[in-house]
Design a protein around this ligand. Structure first.
Ligand SMILES: [Zn+2]
Length: 95
C-alpha cells in the first residue's frame, strides 16, 4: 500500500520543476529527473499533457512549438490545476 503514496512528495517536487520545464528554462539534468519521474508516474504525465494543452490554448501556440516564459496568471492557474489533480489522486489512492 505504501508504494503508491511514496510518489506524493516526489510529485510535488517535480511540479516545482514543471513550470520551469514548461518555460523551457530548465537545466538538462532537471529535465532528465522529470522525464524519469513521468515514466513511472502516469498521473503526472497526464497532467503535464494537460498543462501543455492549457498553455497552447492560452498562448495560441501551435502544438510542438516551444512555449516562452509564462505569465504569472497562467502559472497560478496551472498550480491550481495541479493541486486539484493531486487531491483527486490522493482520494483515489486512499480508497
Ligand atoms: Zn508523479
Amino acid at each position: 500500500m505504501s508504494g503508491a503514496h511514496r510518489h506524493d512528495s516526489e510529485c510535488k517536487r517535480i511540479f516545482a520543476l514543471l513550470s520551469e520545464y514548461l518555460d523551457a528554462e530548465l537545466p538538462a539534468d532537471s529535465c532528465d529527473q522529470i522525464e524519469a519521474h513521468l515514466k513511472d508516474c502516469p498521473p503526472c504525465l497526464e497532467f503535464l499533457e494537460s498543462l501543455r494543452r492549457t498553455i497552447e490554448l492560452c498562448r495560441g501556440f501551435e502544438p510542438g512549438e516551444l512555449p516562452g516564459p509564462l505569465a504569472e496568471s497562467v502559472r497560478r492557474e496551472l498550480r491550481e490545476r495541479y493541486e486539484k489533480a493531486l487531491r483527486a489522486r490522493e482520494s483515489q489512492g486512499a480508497a
